[in-house]
Design a protein around this ligand. Structure first.
Ligand code: HAM
Length: 528
C-alpha cells in the first residue's frame, strides 16, 4: 500500500447524524424571516417569549405527554444518572429473591451490588455519602463471610439474607442516584413546569407564552421528519374555558401562515371530550374494537387496551373500513363539551377562519381535552401536518400545579420552511453591497476606514484581506454578486475622490467620501 493510500484511509470522515442536518445560508435567511415574523406577530396578540431548557427530567415528559405514547415510550433521548446501574443491580437481587433462586445466588448478587456501590461512592466521596460508604463496606464484608461459610456447608437462616437485602435497599435509597433526564420531545410540558415553578398563576391571567427552538424525537427519518426538528409554539395558560380563547390562537396561527404566504393550508378540528365524558366513549370504543380484534394488526391490538383512541388515526389501508364504522365521539360528548365545541366553531366563523371537522383527529399526546386541531399544508407528502395543538385543561394539575385551563399549538418549523420552499419562496442568495478593491499599503488603510463606515451604515461589505490586481478583484466582486465595487488605488488617494463602479452596468464615477457614503446609504434604503 502506498503512503498516499494509507493516509487517505486514516482520514476521519464525520457526517451529521441520521435525522439531523445543517441549516445553511441562504436557507437560514428564510428561517430567520419566519422566526422574525413570529416574534412580531405573536407580540401583537400579547404573547411574550419563553426560553425553557432543552432537557428536563424524564418523568416530566412521561407524566405530561403520557408513558404509553410513542413519543415517551420509544422516541426520547434519555440520559441515565451515573449511578443508575445500581438500581439495575438491585432489581436483579429482587428478581432472584422473588423467583426463589438459591440463597447462594442471592448472596452473590448482594456482594456484587455492595462492591459496586462502595467503589462508586468512594469515587464520589463526599461528606454526605461517607456513612453510606461505611455501611456498604460492612455489608460487602458480611456477605463475603456468609458466602465463605456457605461454601463450607454452613448455611445461614433465611432471615439473615432478608436482613442483607433490606440493608442493601436502605443504602440504595439513602444515596442520591440522580434523576433521569431527557432532551425535550416537545415544548408544552416544560412551559407548564415553568408556569408552576415561577408561580405565574399570580400574574394577570391568562399568561401567553411562545417559544422557538429544537425538539428531539428518535423517529424514523423521512421527508419532513427529523430527529432534531424545530418548533414554534404558543401556549395560553390560566385563562377561562371560553371558546374565544381556542379560536383566537387558531386565528393567530392561520394569520401567521397567511402572512408567510404558505399555500394549501387546511385546518382540521375536533372535540375529544373531557375527563367526564371521554372515559365512557373510550370504553365504548374499546368494546367495539374487541369485537374485531382478530382483524387487526399486533400494534392495533395492543392499542385496544392501552389507548383505543389512537386507533382512530391508524393509516393502515386494511383498517380504514373498520374504523369508519366505529362510534363518533361527537355523539357521546357531555352537554358542557358539546356546548363548548359549538362555541369554538361559532367563534372561528366570526373570525372568518375556515375549518373542517374531523372526528378521527385524536393527536399523539395524552394531555388534550375538548378542542384539538391540526393544520396541513401543500408540498409535504405524507408528513403534511405543519401544526398541531389543542386544549389541555388538566395538565397543570397533573404536574402538581393549581387547576389551570390552557390551550396552545406548535408549528413544525422544518415542514413550514419545506412547504414555503416547494412553493418557490426561496430567498435570494445573499450578495454584497460593496466590494472594496484596493491596491497599495496606503489604500489598504483607507479601505479599512471605508469598510467601517459602510458597515455602520448597514451595508454588507467584502474587504479582501490581501492585495489583488484590480482585474482579479473585480472578477471576485462579480462572483460574490456585489452591486458596487469601490476602487481605491494611488489615483484615488492622491485626488481624494474615490471610484465607484456599478457592476451590473459597468458605469463608474468618482465621489468624495461623504457623497459616496450618502449615495450608497440611499441606494440601500431603496433596495431593501
Ligand atoms: P405535535 O403534533 O407532536 O404537538 O407536534 C407539533 C408539530 O411539530 C407537528 O405538527 C409537526 O409539524 C412537527 N413535528 C413533530 N415531530 C416532528 C419531526 N420528527 N420532524 C419534523 N417535524 C415534527 C406537540 O408537540 C404539542 N406540544 C403541541 C401543542 C402545544 N399542543 C398544545 N400546545
Amino acid at each position: 500500500m502506498s503512503e498516499g493510500t494509507a493516509k487517505k484511509e486514516e482520514r476521519p470522515k464525520f457526517q451529521a447524524i441520521r435525522g439531523t442536518r445543517d441549516l445553511l445560508p441562504p436557507e437560514t435567511s428564510l428561517w430567520n424571516h419566519v422566526e422574525q415574523t413570529a416574534h412580531e406577530m405573536f407580540a401583537t396578540y400579547g404573547f411574550g417569549e419563553i426560553r425553557p431548557p432543552i432537557f428536563e427530567s424524564t418523568d416530566l415528559f412521561a407524566r405530561a405527554v403520557g408513558g404509553e405514547t410513542d413519543i415517551v415510550s420509544k422516541e426520547m433521548y434519555t440520559f441515565e444518572p451515573k449511578l443508575e446501574f445500581l438500581r439495575e443491580h438491585f432489581r436483579s437481587i429482587d428478581d432472584a429473591m422473588h423467583n426463589e433462586s438459591s440463597l447462594l445466588r442471592v448472596l452473590q448478587l448482594v456482594a456484587v451490588f455492595s462492591g459496586s456501590l462502595t467503589r462508586a461512592l468512594i469515587l464520589k466521596q463526599t461528606v454526605d455519602n461517607r456513612e453510606t460508604v461505611q455501611l456498604s463496606d460492612e455489608l460487602e464484608h458480611h456477605v463475603s463471610v456468609s458466602i465463605a461459610r456457605w461454601n463450607r456447608g454452613e448455611h445461614e437462616p433465611d432471615q439473615k439474607w432478608r436482613e442483607w437485602l433490606s440493608r442493601a435497599e436502605q443504602i440504595l435509597w439513602s444515596i442520591d442516584l440522580g434523576v433521569r433526564e431527557s432532551l425535550r420531545p416537545e415544548g408544552t410540558a416544560g412551559v407548564c413546569r415553568a408556569y408552576i415553578e415561577h408561580n405565574m398563576n399570580q400574574l394577570p391571567q391568562p399568561v401567553k407564552l411562545y417559544y422557538v427552538g429544537p425538539m428531539f424525537r428518535r423517529e424514523r427519518p423521512q421527508k419532513g421528519r427529523y430527529r432534531q426538528f424545530y418548533q414554534i409554539g404558543a401556549e395560553v395558560l390560566g385563562g377561562s374555558e371560553a371558546p374565544a380563547i381556542d379560536a383566537e390562537v387558531i386565528e393567530m396561527v392561520m394569520t401567521f401562515f397567511a402572512r408567510l404566504g404558505l399555500e394549501g393550508v387546511e385546518l382540521d378540528i375536533n372535540c375529544i371530550g373531557d375527563k367526564k365524558c371521554r372515559p365512557k366513549y373510550v370504553e365504548l370504543l374499546r368494546a367495539e374494537l374487541r369485537k374485531v380484534k382478530d382483524k387487526l394488526g399486533a400494534d392495533s391490538q395492543r392499542r385496544i387496551e392501552t389507548n383505543p383512541l389512537r386507533m382512530l388515526d391508524s393509516k393502515l389501508e386494511n383498517e380504514q373500513k373498520l374504523i369508519e364504522g366505529l362510534p363518533h365521539i361527537a355523539d357521546h360528548l357531555c352537554d358542557e363539551c358539546a356546548e363548548n365545541y359549538r362555541g369554538v366553531k361559532k367563534e372561528l366563523e366570526l373570525r372568518g377562519v375556515k375549518y373542517r371537522e374531523n372526528w378521527r383527529l385524536v393527536r399523539g399526546l395524552d394531555y388534550y381535552s375538548r378542542t384539538t386541531f391540526e393544520i396541513t399544508a401543500k408540498g409535504l407528502g405524507s408528513q403534511n401536518a405543519v401544526c398541531g395543538g389543542g386544549r389541555y385543561d388538566g395538565l397543570m394539575e397533573l404536574l402538581g400545579g393549581p387547576p389551570t385551563r390552557a390551550t396552545g399549538f406548535a408549528i413544525g418549523e422544518d415542514r413550514l420552511i419545506l412547504s414555503l420552499q416547494e412553493a418557490g419562496k426561496t430567498p435570494a442568495a445573499q450578495g454584497r453591497d460593496v466590494y472594496i478593491a484596493w491596491m497599495g499599503e496606503k489604500a489598504y488603510a483607507t479601505a479599512i476606514h471605508a469598510a467601517k463606515n459602510l458597515h455602520a451604515a448597514g451595508l454588507s461589505v467584502e474587504l479582501p484581506p490581501v492585495e489583488q490586481k484590480f482585474g482579479k478583484a473585480l472578477g471576485q466582486a462579480d462572483k460574490l454578486g456585489a452591486r458596487y465595487a469601490l476602487i481605491l488605488g494611488d489615483n484615488e488617494l492622491a485626488s481624494g475622490e474615490w471610484t465607484l463602479k456599478t457592476l451590473a452596468s459597468g458605469e463608474q464615477a468618482k465621489f468624495k467620501e461623504a457623497d459616496l457614503l450618502d449615495l450608497l446609504r440611499k441606494s440601500k434604503a431603496v433596495s431593501s
